[in-house]
Design a protein. Structure first.
Length: 120
């Protein structure tokens, strides 16, 4: 009887090695892995791709949370091809304007669609 486990083990090992190398190549291409032991910070990752919609959304949300006038509000942020859409309810018209100013000031934003509504 022929031993087939040896062939399966080699195939499994080759698959794991291939996946590991592919993951390393993808991470290096994305700038997220430098071959060292240090991992990049979140802000460094966000700064790396200013035109990436997910990164733009994250930066806009972070900036909204940092601003005292809109910090505690539930502002929805979506980004599509660099255009940010703001949605939700705020307390006054000044907060609507401030949220839009913040979004427009974020690197990579090409436009803002402000759908925020004043609840009063």
């Amino acid at each position: 009887m022929k031993n087939t486990n040896c062939g399966f083990g080699k195939l499994a090992c080759a698959g794991v090695l291939t996946l590991g190398l592919a993951g390393h190549a993808l991470a290096a291409a994305a700038g997220g892995y430098d071959g060292g032991t240090a991992s990049p910070s979140l802000s460094a990752s966000l700064d790396r791709k200013p035109d990436d919609d997910a990164a733009i959304t994250a930066r806009v949300k972070a900036m909204l949370l940092e601003d005292e006038s809109v910090k505690g509000l539930d502002v929805n942020v979506e980004t599509h091809k660099g255009t940010v859409r703001l949605g939700g309810w705020v307390n006054n018209p000044m907060q609507i304007a401030q949220a839009e100013r913040i979004a427009r000031g974020v690197e990579g934003v090409t436009g803002v669609k402000n759908d925020l509504l004043n609840e009063h």
